[in-house]
Design a protein around this ligand. Sequence first.
Ligand code: UD1
Length: 434
Amino acid sequence: MTLSAAPALQLLDSRLEVSGGLKLSGELRVSGAKNSALVLMAACLLSRDTLRLRNVPPLTDITAMGEILAALGVQVTRQGDCIDLDGEHITQAAPPYELVNSLRASFFCIGPLLARMGTAQVPLPGGCQIGSRPVVEHVKGLKTLGAQVTIEHGVVTASVPGRSKRLRGGHIHLDCPSVGATETLMMAAALADGETVIDNAALEPEVIDLARLLNAMGGRVRGAGTPTIVINGVPTLHEADYAVIPDRIEAGTFLLAAAITRSSLTVGPVIPEHLGAVLTKLDEAGCRMVQEGTNLRISAESIQAFDLRTMPFPGFPTDLQAPFMSLLATANGTSVVVETIFENRLQHVAELQRMGASIRLQGNTACIEGVARLSGAPVRGTDLRASAAMVLAGLAADGVTTVRGLEFLDRGYANLEGKLNAVGARIRRLSDPA
Ligand code: UD1
């Protein structure tokens, strides 16, 4: 019976119908950060005690990560935005390919599995819609910590030689400040013998969140948020009760919802330091922003063109490049956007052009001439953030925009249409047999 039910589900034509041109007003609540929650969940593998995470967003990626951890033997209990992860009985050091395949972040398991069990077998995450996304830096770093690593038949097999099965501290210099590599190596080093130094570490807020969690579990991590992170390994880590930071990318998307509809909205909770480059650009565009406690109030009347170049934190985040391009498509004047992080992250340009945007593309550079109105059209989000960009463009367009590619959107936005509808948008989710 279940065999016939599964293919039928895959054939559903799910889409959002966004009616454009409406002003928004009110307050948008920001969920916990997806990218933080995913890595913090993997950290439960480091301890035999229960990790309680709060402010975990209700996303399909979080469900997938829970399933992967459960397959390894973690007892996962989810209630609202709180997840308990009991890692006492890890029975497996090899997450199954079928589950891993659906979620790149599952590669986060390799560091903690290796640190705790002395062995890990994790399928290579492979590329995705936005680029090839190598894991060279992760593997090099694990080797520096004493692991033997081989990659065969698409699976990374890592083990710690010797009787103790414990990794040993080492000095790692990352060739590029990879967020994933920094996080993987922090988790691996947390239980290693001795001191690990990670140079040229990523500075992203999610890295700091992981350091805070590890320290709450009894780890000894300092320097997170600077290019040099020092981790003194400890023999064991213990239980913790920890709240995930607010999602800076969802917050940025909501600020853009106000800007693109030339409306006023209150967005929160936000940590303004996490949004530095984003707020600078919105300010350049002519938006007014006022901080009210943990909220930001944004008002937009007209939007001036501006240039942006994606960079590692504290530079402008690649995850908001597509959503910002929707705004720039409606700005007064000409803007230049350069994507420097991922080689294939401009696929939304063709979709925005379908909506009447005037964009010329050359390599990783887009030249956008703002138009007075976008026009609603059927479009497809080609990755998670591109899907959000399509919804934003739809909010501003004349008529109805039908957005497909919701399997991406639902990975990173908790009930986006519900939240936007509550502040005056008109978005319908439709799901028919294809
Ligand atoms: C994380 C985020 C993702 C965000 C990205 C960049 C999570 C779950 N995902 O992805 O949303 O878009 O940071 O801010 O947190 N690179 C190498 N070699 C490596 C590893 C990376 O060359 O071994 C390069 C990548 O090709 C890319 C750049 O480094 O050009 C940044 O990648 P990285 O920081 O690793 O991104 P992720 O951690 O995968």
